[in-house]
Design a protein around this ligand. Structure first.
Ligand code: 0A1
Ligand code: ZN
Length: 881
């Protein structure tokens, strides 16, 4: 375990390496306990570097078995090998020479799942960000690009399949039941994109012909017997390949594209060149085992990793500070892909919900950092919602500002200028400046400044002058180590909605640049005057969520309801309703906390029935509109002195009130939507199921009777419907006969399917209320649970801490004590996963005093441990700071 040295890496300290490694050859002789890795590096000294400048290679927990330079031994005095580095002080004078290194690994013992490890009998690697140095000493940094030739030797019985990056070169038999394969990757790549897989897996094969007519052999490798569950992923892969050609002109470049699904994986998936490695959760799906959300995630993640081939692999990052260069851009691309494959409005609403749930609390708490950070202690902790999700929003804003065609021209220029290079955010932005002729200096603050900007707006209409005025003011809150902020360029898409629901025209505008339905805010304060506005409009602002900001706009409830019914921007319709619900819930939770009852306005209560029955709206949209803000969303909006129990009760009361009001309509719509026959994962069918399942939740809440959920659970023909019914039973009728019977039946039916049992763990871990922490502790003893499998840990412990407000925040602090224990237990073998779990503490300062103190004690206990990993210490200390 890498313990903390307190050392911070700073962007301003970036220097080129003195040496390069244009080529390398590797030989792996695989054994679970004793793998030998021979790495032959062709080293090149950069021009101007003196021959006595030592070569310092990175390592992490390595043991050097052998070292040769140009085939000859190296004197003891001329090198120093530690677990973390190999320094060679005496080097040949010529600028190119060869260094051969042999290391020995025990992949079966590697439970950190970084470097080379064994997952369910399959050898696999994970090298991003700094895992390659756990395999061999190397210049393990993204700006050192090399071509790789990799020979894998293994016992044929144990590992009939031998894969690495690039194209297959040769293969054959060896003595004693061993065999080998050689792979060659002609594209220079950084070490974080290296991959090796060896094991006994089945292939699902297909073929893709690229736009220039080249054939590519596609394969998805899964455990035997799971082939049928990879069909959807294969289809998503082919659609992604075609889409990237059509939308971005990007063609695939190798003869093969391989995907391997493994069951132990720290993250979602990894874009290794030509050999993507996936968490099996994001490959395997069929109607019996996967929900609609699973299908949608698989489609998005298959696309994401594939799109990295150009945005990440062909053009990579100069250093890890630039992570958003590949991640923000690739998330933007996968969002666009999913929007094209599904419904754009529904997709956008889901994106914004995710951003608010994950990125906003990060940006508003102790772990806030810019999309392009300037400092880190442990890079693993920067695979964050800010880098990914806000990074994507920034790219989206570039497109909003430039327009679709100029944006595409900027992307084309980026690919043309930087193919084969390791570059920076400045290089990326410069392409759009060049393509558009616009100065994006102020805009680029979105990359450099942390914090969610707030925009306040006051509106007024002068009927006599026919003038409508928006007084707009921006502010960016202070964040850790950034007390003072500069003013941002905020593209605010808008419409002036007239009495008939249509956008109103105006004759002219003063006070800000307004172009194509977007107000460009650049100053602290703008007074934007629209001339010639014939009647008082209702302002629809930040349409489509054009900028990732919080918007404070005082509006009459009547006007918001008007937008919820009539805005022609579907995102803003949803947003208006969501704001109404949020405001009502904040009020209600204050009342509940003061010992009063949670009353709701009847106008608001009447609207859900209208939405449910409105066939002019897509079912998926209706489902989202009827989904109440989550407890965490309400807490975030309240901001301080939070009592999760009061919020939970207020939300429950609103759900019941709506359900009672809309009882008949909900039941009718639920019935009419019916069971739609054979399962299809397409967006329309998924939307129909989503709507039915939201209605089912209301129906159970309104009636207090589990019967309809029991019926659905028993007759469901898909996991989507079965899991939804299970969650209604477990959450609304906890401990009751119906819930217990359903949980037992589910466990029995999926006993041998760990990915499905994860849903069973999740449902129980997210059961509201103070008893759940005990249940979660108990479930850690379940035979299907494993502390070393990240999916199990995230399902049971992770979802409890991140998604169970009343459970985790139990007022006596038991949830916090439990999480601290779990984090320390996981950290022993997997610091990366432990650090991610600990992130659940990040909003502790916004809680009421008693809970704050309990959370602080739990955090301090972790911080007080002597031997903490760099990953965990970094998170805990920043959270406490
Ligand atoms: N680049 C991957 C994410 C990733 C990062 C680190 C990992 O280490 C365990 C694994 C995957 C992506 O964006 O998909
Ligand atoms: Zn990515």
């Amino acid at each position: 375990m890498r313990t903390d040295t307190g050392q911070a890496f700073r962007l301003e300290d970036y220097r080129q390496s003195d040496y390069l490694i244009p080529e390398l050859e590797m030989i792996f002789r695989l054994d679970p306990e004793k793998t030998l890795v021979t790495t032959k590096l062709l080293i090149e000294r950069r021009d101007g570097v003196a021959a006595d400048v030592p070569l310092v290679l990175d390592g992490d927990g390595l043991k050097l078995e052998k070292l040769l330079i140009d085939g000859g031994a190296v004197e003891h005095n001329d090198h120093e090998a530690t677990a973390d580095s190999l320094t060679i002080t005496r080097l040949p004078r010529q600028s190119r020479f060869e260094v051969t290194i042999v290391t020995r690994l025990a992949p079966a013992q590697n439970k950190a799942l970084m470097g080379l490890y064994v997952s369910n009998g399959v050898y696999c690697t994970q090298c991003e960000a700094e895992g390659f140095r756990r395999i061999s000493y190397f210049l393990d940094r993204p700006d050192v690009l090399s071509t790789y030739r990799v020979r894998i030797e293994a016992r044929e019985k144990e590992a009939p399949l031998l894969l690495s990056n690039g194209n297959p070169a040769e293969s054959g038999a060896l003595e004693d039941g061993w065999h080998y394969a050689v792979w060659h990757d002609p594209f220079p790549k950084p070490s974080y994109l290296f991959a090796l897989v060896a094991g006994d897996l089945s292939a699902v094969r297909d073929r893709f012909v690229t736009m220039s007519g080249r054939g590519v052999d596609l394969a998805i490798y899964v455990e035997h017997g799971k082939e049928a569950r990879a069909a959807y992923a294969m289809d998503a892969l082919k659609r992604s390949m075609r889409w990237d050609e059509e939308r971005f002109g990007r063609e695939y470049d190798l003869d093969v594209f391989n995907i391997v699904a493994v069951s132990d994986f720290n993250m979602g998936a990894m874009e290794n060149k030509g050999l993507n490695v996936f968490n099996d959760k994001y490959v395997l799906a069929d109607p019996e085992t996967a929900t609609d959300a699973d299908f949608a995630n698989i489609e998005a993640i298959i696309a994401h990793e594939y799109f990295h081939n150009w945005t990440g692999n062909r053009i990579t990052c100069r250093d890890w500070f630039q992570l958003c260069l590949k991640e923000g851009l690739t998330v933007y691309r996968d969002h666009e892909f999913s929007a094209d494959q599904r419904s754009r409005a529904v997709k956008r609403i889901s994106e914004v919900r995710t951003l608010r749930a994950h990125q906003f609390p990060e940006d508003q708490g102790p772990l806030a950092h810019p999309v392009r950070p300037r400092r880190y202690r442990e890079i693993n902790n920067f695979y964050t919602a800010t880098v990914y999700e806000k990074g994507s929003e920034v790219v989206r804003m570039i497109r909003t500002i430039l327009g679709a065609d100029t944006f595409r021209a900027g992307m084309d220029l980026y690919f043309e200028r930087h193919d084969g290079q390791a570059v920076t955010i400045e290089d990326f932005v410069a392409c759009f400046e060049k393509a558009s002729g616009k100065d994006l200096t102020q805009f680029a603050l979105w990359y450099h400044q942390a914090g969610t900007p707030n925009v306040t707006v006051a509106t007024s209409y002068d009927a006599r002058a026919r003038e409508y005025t928006l007084e707009v003011e921006q502010s960016v809150p202070p964040t850790p180590s950034e007390a003072r902020k500069r003013l941002m360029h905020i593209p605010l898409a808008f419409g002036l909605v007239g009495p008939d629901g249509q956008d109103m025209a105006y004759d002219g505008v003063e006070g800000a640049e307004v172009e194509d339905g977007v107000i460009h805010l650049r100053k602290r304060r703008h007074i934007v005057r629209f001339k010639g506005v014939q009647a008082r409009p209702v302002a629809s602002l930040n349409r489509g969520f054009s900028a990732p900001i919080t918007l404070s706009l005082v509006m009459r409830q009547k006007d918001r309801l008007f937008l919820a019914c009539h805005d022609n921007d579907l995102f803003s319709r949803w947003e208006a309703l969501n704001t109404l619900f949020t405001e009502a819930l904040i009020d209600a939770s204050t009342r509940v906390r003061g010992g009063k009852s949670a009353d709701f306005d009847t106008t608001l209560l009447g609207y859900p029935a209208e939405i449910a029955a409105d066939e002019g709206l897509e079912a998926a949209y209706r489902a989202l509109a009827l989904t109440l803000p989550a407890e965490a969303d309400i807490a975030r909006e309240i901001g301080s002195n939070i009592d999760p129990d009061a919020i939970g009760r207020a939300r429950e009361a609103l759900r019941k009130a709506i359900a009672r009001e809309a009882q008949e309509t909900f039941a009718r719509v639920y019935r009419d939507l019916g069971d739609d026959g054979p399962f299809s994962p397409d967006a329309k069918s998924a939307g129909r199921r989503a709507l039915r399942n939201v209605l089912l939740e209301y129906m159970a809440a309104g009636s207090g009777d589990p019967a309809s959920a029991v019926r659905q659970f028993e007759t469901a023909s898909s996991m989507a419907d079965r899991a939804a019914a299970l969650s209604v039973l477990a959450h609304q009728f906890p401990g009751g006969d119906a819930a217990r019977a359903a949980l037992a039946a589910f466990e029995e039916r999926y006993r041998d399917n760990p990915l499905v049992l994860d849903k069973w763990f999740i449902v129980q871990a997210t059961t509201p209320g103070g008893k759940t922490v005990d249940l979660v502790r108990e479930l850690m003893e379940h035979p299907a649970f494993s502390l070393t499998n990240p999916n199990r840990v995230r399902s049971l412990i992770g979802t409890f801490a991140s998604s169970n407000q009343t459970g985790f925040h139990r007022s006596d602090g038991e949830g916090y004590r439990f999480l601290a224990d779990a984090v320390l237990a996981v950290e022993k073998h997997n610091p990366q996963v432990a650090a991610r779990l600990a992130v659940a503490f990040r909003s502790w300062r916004s809680l009421e005093k008693g809970r704050q103190e309990e959370a602080r004690k739990a955090l301090a206990r972790i911080a007080g441990e002597k031997e903490l990993s760099r990953d965990l210490r970094d998170i805990v200390e920043r959270t406490l700071a």
